[in-house]
Design a protein around this ligand. Structure first.
Ligand code: SAM
Length: 311
């Protein structure tokens, strides 16, 4: 098992001053009116510096900021020197708030949607609001930025070409195990969000169901002072976190299931079947497609079988 942690110093940058200068330098003094619409704005997942210039300009110019928790977002905005009109939009009031937000847009206002951290809509509210805007013919602009799943994936050292974001697993054991069972044969890297108090149980279930030897990583407190990524097999990580209760925010990454390669005798049967009607070249291509094996691995066997058959 290996661990990388990043030693960081607390930033002494004057973010309100920087935000003001950046907005001025962008030629958009923050006072210009944004066209009416919904602006989905990503905010940092920890480090105050992880916000885009476009996000700052948009937040400075928006008429209203819709957010999950007005205290958390008020504090976040004040880190950049912004004081905005905030309205809460979260899972428990979304249905009643949505028409109100649409009315603001209808009346010509620019509404920014942010979440407590990172990219709104990703394990956060907003999907139905974006859908309602699309259906109502209102403009939707997304200002991209930090996201914990992608940050963890990019730093995990596990394959990134294909991944499945599974969000939070259910907290109840049976539902969680059933959910993990459904992911057993997904041939991609798996990405989960998890709470620290459930990490050990989740890793145990992942190891039991997906296999002790699957490679995995636990990324904690990304972009923050005590950022750390620990890599190992699911078994190693389950044992480690079973003995060491973690703190902070966590992403779990699990490497893809090993490709099921056909055992040699299956390969022979598959090739023999194709060789009845196909050339060696075509039989090799077809066998590669169904077994996932490389051409170089299949070709010699096919030649041998073809020679044996013709003799
Ligand atoms: N919308 C956010 C995003 O774009 O990543 C995710 C919001 S979700 C409600 C919160 C979860 O994201 C946390 O419980 C944790 O699993 C993960 N998370 C957020 N910030 C993180 C960080 N700095 N380090 C590790 N995980 C983080």
């Amino acid at each position: 098992m290996s661990k990388t942690s990043v030693k960081k110093k607390k930033s002494s940058l004057d973010y309100p001053l920087l935000a003001r200068k950046l907005i001025e330098a962008s030629g958009d003094a923050g006072a210009s009116k944004l066209p009416a619409g919904l602006y989905v704005v990503a905010t940092p997942i920890g480090h105050t510096g992880d916000i885009s210039l476009r996000a700052l300009v948009t937040l400075a110019s928006a008429d209203i900021v819709a957010c999950e928790d007005t205290r958390i977002s008020g504090a976040l905005l004040s880190r950049y020197g912004f004081k905005k009109r905030l309205i809460s939009y979260h899972d428990h009031n979304a249905d009643e708030r949505r028409p109100e937000i649409l009315k603001h847009i209808e009346d010509g206002e620019a509404v920014a949607l942010i979440s407590d951290a990172g990219m709104p809509l990703i394990a956060d509210p907003g999907y139905r609001l974006v859908r309602a805007c699309r259906e109502g013919g209102y403009d939707v602009t997304v200002i991209p930025g930090a996201n914990a799943a992608l940050t963890a994936l990019a730093g995990s050292g596990l394959p990134t070409d294909e991944f499945h974001f599974a969000g939070f697993l259910p907290p109840k054991t049976r539902a969680r195990q059933k959910n993990i069972g459904g992911l057993k044969n997904v041939p991609s890297t798996l990405v989960f969000y998890e709470a620290p108090q459930r990490l050990a149980d989740t890793l145990r279930d992942l190891a039991d169901i997906l296999g002790n030897e699957r490679e995995a990583a636990v990324a904690r407190e990304l972009t923050k002072l005590f950022e750390e990524t620990r890599r190992g097999t699911l078994q190693e990580l389950a044992v480690f976190y079973g003995a060491n209760a973690p703190k902070g925010e966590i992403v779990v990454i699990v490497g893809p299931a090993a490709v099921d390669v056909a055992p040699a005798h299956d390969l022979d049967a598959i090739l023999k079947n194709y060789l009845r009607t196909m050339s060696v070249r075509d039989a090799v291509s077809a066998a590669c497609a169904v077994t996932g094996l490389k051409k170089s691995e299949v070709y010699t066997r096919a030649l041998w079988l073809a020679g044996k058959n013709s003799g």
